[in-house]
Design a protein. Structure first.
Length: 202
């Protein structure tokens, strides 16, 4: 009987080890199978190239399919947080409707697992610029984030979307948020509030 118990215990331990091994292999596969960001052959410096893309976006010239693909790759897969932030900043200036929809999907996925607080900051800003009411509802949870800077950025993002429902949600924070800078951001947002555009009710 004692031998039977030992056999069962050994089998359980082996099972646990096998599960852990499979999980570890799965994580390793995911990390090694992610597409590495690839720049055009004529781009020698990726930092300069990303700045050039952003400058192009700022001028309202739009992104080619290849350029948008590079922004996506860097936003999702780059290990350096600075380049991820630059890629997300590039999303600020997306004009094409289909690119905008895809950018918003990527941005929401980033907010689920940003990996760095500054990446989350940039993603929330971009959602505020590109998003509609439904996007605002998905980031409103960050109004209670433990980091005051994230709460402040969320306030500004919701104010930029401009839906009346968000104004009602922000008003109490002008008095109740524990951080003075967040309270000030709320008051400023309420003073400068711009009514939402028709598409923000989607």
């Amino acid at each position: 009987m004692h031998g039977t118990k030992m056999a069962k215990r050994t089998a359980t331990i082996i099972g646990v080890v096998m599960v852990a091994l499979l999980i570890g292999l799965g994580v390793l596969w995911y990390r090694t199978s992610r597409p590495a960001p690839v720049l055009p052959q004529n781009a020698d410096n990726k930092y300069e190239y990303m700045l050039q893309l952003i400058s192009k976006g700022e001028k309202g010239r739009g992104y080619t399919a290849q350029e948008f693909q590079i922004l996506k790759q860097y936003a999702l897969y780059e290990n350096n947080e600075v380049y991820r932030q630059l890629a997300i900043a590039g999303f600020f200036f997306v004009k094409d409707r289909s690119q905008k929809a895809e950018a918003l999907q990527i941005l929401h996925s980033i907010t689920q697992n940003p990996g760095h607080i500054l990446v989350l900051d940039a993603a929330i800003q971009a959602i505020g610029i590109l998003g509609s009411r439904s996007d605002g509802e998905r980031i409103a949870r960050f109004l209670s984030h433990p980091d005051a800077e994230i709460r402040k950025i969320t306030v500004r993002a919701l104010a930029h979307i401009g839906d009346p429902a968000f104004r009602a949600r922000l008003e109490p924070l002008a008095q109740s948020d524990p951080d003075e800078k967040v309270r000030a951001a709320v008051k400023e947002a309420l003073r400068k509030w711009k009514p939402s555009q028709p598409q923000s009710g989607r």
